[in-house]
Design a protein around this ligand. Structure first.
Ligand code: PXG
Length: 414
């Protein structure tokens, strides 16, 4: 494959890579440690840097780019809507939100939805909703609601959310944190059962812990979780922000397990078609109806531009059978990765096109492998020190996946 292509330089825009990196490092907060590449253009699964070098995008903005970059239908929806109506606030109705939420609810098989923008906002929304349910429906004494969460969780960066993180780097120096959250081990049903008290309102969990290094729970875990929650009048809240919308080979990752449907579902990332922040919380009417006017909101949540993009993203996932593609291509990728004989690899795990390659301790760190892959034209990022994550757009073609495999083999065997 030809790796170089002239990038479309924009007149008057700086394209010197070193200059752009130096500028960003001088002027922007140091809350990220990006790889030394400056992307200036992307289409489908491919991205180009300022020098015209081409890369296969295997990070997909942490699963947000499932439809590939600049999907023509998304760009049409975005630009057509941008010319017509972009923002009304929720003080008025707009003609795009209802149709968007109708399709979202149908595909997620839940009655009602509350649109937000970022993932963290949607998680916060779900926390408020389940607490209100606890006080109004379950009868938990005021301000005593408990939510059970898992160690190594990742649900976002707000102060409430990092307050129940088990990762020091996420939470140190950002407290004080409020009470009301209890940590247990992911994948351990006995610990969940033991942690539930009369004041427990919900169990909040990711079907696969992506940020923790693509940790897949034991088979049947979510079904057992569902049963334990139902038996003890606890709401099951699934954060499918990263695993949802086709990524793992089903429309929602919980569909891999039988009878594991949540009471409250959180989606985001790919819902914005890779062009706009769109998230949502979904629940049965009996739960979602607890929110009354004035109790929750967002200036941009449910805006017509977001709704036009979100509806189109969902239609593309359905029309292009992206969940099925993720299932087939993901299985093939996992099988073939597991065949690579390399002293560097400890384990390959994942589901669909959400894959983690765990490295043997002490040999090389994942960041070094990501740097090697960058040299070979593959963009990805480490998840913690020892896991190289792969989450290409779901529109990736078989030949492109083959090419990726070749690069991985070479980067992991020398
Ligand atoms: N839940 C899950 C499972 C996620 O992966 C969030 C919630 C929060 O979403 P927002 O839109 O608020 O970022 C995520 C986000 C980062 C970063 O740069 C975020 C994620 C993954 C990797 C990096 O903060 N996931």
């Amino acid at each position: 494959m030809n790796v170089y292509e002239p990038s479309n330089k924009i007149e008057g825009v700086v394209t010197d890579t070193d200059q752009l990196i130096a500028q960003a490092e001088r002027i922007s907060a140091k809350n990220y440690a990006p790889l030394p590449v400056v992307i200036s253009k992307a289409r489908g699964v491919w991205a180009w840097d300022t020098d015209g070098r081409r890369y296969l995008d295997c990070l997909s903005a942490y699963s947000s780019m499932s439809l590939g970059h600049c999907h023509p239908r998304v760009i049409d929806a975005l630009t057509e809507q941008a010319r017509r109506l972009t923002l009304t606030s929720r003080a008025f109705h707009n003609d795009r939100m209802g149709p968007f939420l109708e399709l979202l609810c149908e595909l997620c098989q839940l009655d009602m939805a509350l649109p937000m923008n970022t993932g963290a906002e949607a998680v916060e929304t779900a926390i408020k909703l389940v607490r209100k349910w606890g006080y109004r429906v379950k009868g938990v004494p005021h301000d005593r609601a408990e939510i059970i969460v898992c160690r190594n969780n990742f649900h976002g960066r707000t102060t409430t959310i990092v307050g129940f993180s088990s990762e020091e780097a996420y939470r140190e120096d950002f407290g004080p944190y409020g009470p009301g959250f209890k940590l247990i081990d992911f994948g351990d049903i006995d610990q969940l059962e033991a942690a539930i008290t009369p004041n427990t309102v919900a169990f909040l969990v990711e079907p696969i812990q992506a940020e923790a290094g693509v940790r897949v729970p034991p088979p049947g875990y979510l079904s057992a979780v569902r049963q334990a929650c139902s038996a003890q009048d606890v709401l099951l809240v699934l954060d499918e922000i990263q695993t949802g919308l086709g990524r793992t080979g089903k429309f929602l990752a919980h569909e891999h397990d039988t009878d594991a449907a949540p009471d409250v579902l959180i989606v985001g990332k790919a819902l914005g078609g890779g062009v706009y922040p769109v998230s949502a919380v979904l629940a049965p009417a009996a739960i979602m109806s607890l929110f009354q006017s004035g109790e929750h909101g967002s200036t941009f949540g449910g805006n017509p531009l977001a709704a036009a993009v979100g509806k189109t993203a969902l239609e593309i996932i359905r029309d292009e059978h992206l969940s099925e593609r993720a299932a087939t291509l993901g299985k093939d990728l996992l099988d073939r990765l597991r065949q690579i004989r390399s002293p560097l690899i400890a384990e390959v795990r994942g589901q669909g096109l959400l894959v983690g390659i765990e490295l043997q301790p002490g040999v090389r760190n994942a960041r070094e492998i990501c740097d090697r892959l960058l040299e070979r034209g593959v963009l990805t990022k480490d998840a913690h020190e020892r896991v190289v994550r792969l989450a290409p757009p779901l529109v990736i073609e078989k030949e492109e996946a083959d090419w990726l495999l070749k690069q991985l083999e070479e980067a992991l065997t020398i």
